[in-house]
Ligand binder design. Structure first.
Ligand SMILES: [Zn+2]
Ligand SMILES: [Zn+2]
Length: 320
């Protein structure tokens, strides 16, 4: 069997270059600055560090299976356990560290994700998403996904999801730059941030309502409330610009605008005329505008989402 990932080392006098050859992550230079003797570069660290797994220590590289692959070139295959490190190597996390890499720093660099999203390519060309976390174990969360842009499935939306730890700071929940392939050929996307939020969301924990999108809808509790539930079934873009207008929510690939009229009673005649004009202009551009009043949303949010799903032609999977 040919391993998928190698560290190829070029040696020349007192210098070494480490290159990672990986079928799934692509090839990249790990370090050009190895000084060979008493060196603590990331390449030398890979040679000497081990990973603790189930109370057993495993090397990262198969030193005994080293193979010469050219003049001054030797290839070292990664061990199965050591493959975990590839994600972090690709993300170049080690670059933030100067000087000696100790065990503590290594643990931090070679961080194991809190959860993973597995994407399997089925024989019929569609994709099945499975979420694996300590509380969601291994649940299929969407089937029949075509992985098209703006795919409305929950799996694709988790891929696109941003996690907000505090207002103004957004982190992608899924680290797509650290994707790798599993031995079964599934795409493995690690989740380093927001695992708790995603798991709660998938477990329909009501406490999620107020922590999921903090900072996104500070000025509109109505939009926030709508988004936090509708997100599970509809691929929504908040504050989506079209021409000179900004839609409360848009499903761009279907050209559907969703407007929530929070303060209907207080609207002036001017505002109502403005809304009507805007709806007509959007209609001319091929957009359909679905309007909901604040009282409809507050009274029965589930029903509003049911209605949108039906109009949009999306099967509703997630109710509270
Ligand atoms: Zn070195
Ligand atoms: Zn999808």
């Amino acid at each position: 069997m040919v391993p998928d990932h190698y560290a190829v080392v070029y040696t020349e006098d007192a210098r070494r270059i480490f290159v990672i050859i990986s079928e799934t992550l692509g090839d990249f230079v790990l370090t050009k600055d190895c000084s060979v003797s008493e060196c603590t570069c990331i390449g030398c660290t890979l040679f000497s560090a081990s990973i603790l797994y189930d109370e057993e220590e495993f090397p990262i590289l198969e030193m005994e299976q080293a193979q010469p692959v050219g003049e001054n070139l030797v290839a070292y295959p990664f061990t199965d356990e050591g493959e975990v490190f590839l994600l972090s190597l690709k993300r170049e996390l080690y670059k933030d560290y100067k000087g000696t890499l100790n065990k503590e720093k290594l643990d931090e660099i070679f961080r194991v994700p809190d959860a993973v999203l597995l994407i399997k390519n089925e024989a019929d060309g569609t994709f099945t998403h499975t979420y694996v976390s300590p509380t969601v174990e291994g649940r299929v969360i969407s089937k029949g996904c075509r992985a098209a842009p703006h795919c409305p499935c929950v799996g694709c939306r988790i891929v696109d999801m941003f996690y907000s730890e505090r207002p103004g700071r957004y982190i992608p929940a899924v680290d797509t730059t650290a994707a790798r392939a599993s031995s079964e050929g599934e795409l493995v996307l690690p989740v380093f941030e927001g695992e708790e939020i995603i798991s709660k969301m998938l477990n329909r924990d009501p406490s999620i309502r107020h922590s999921f999108s903090s900072g996104l809808f500070d000025n509109s509790p109505l939009e926030k409330m709508f988004y936090e539930l509708a997100f599970l079934d509809l691929h929504l873009y908040p504050q989506h610009p079209v021409g000179k207008y900004r839609l409360d929510f848009a499903i761009p690939d279907k050209r559907i605008a969703i407007e929530l009229d929070g303060h209907e009673y207080h609207k002036t005649k001017f505002q109502r005329t403005h809304d009507a004009k805007r709806d007509r202009w959007l209609f001319g551009q091929g957009w359909n505008v679905l309007r909901f009043t604040g009282s409809e949303i507050y009274k029965d949010l589930d029903r509003c989402i049911d209605e949108i799903c039906e109009l949009v032609g999306v099967e509703r999977l997630n109710r509270v």
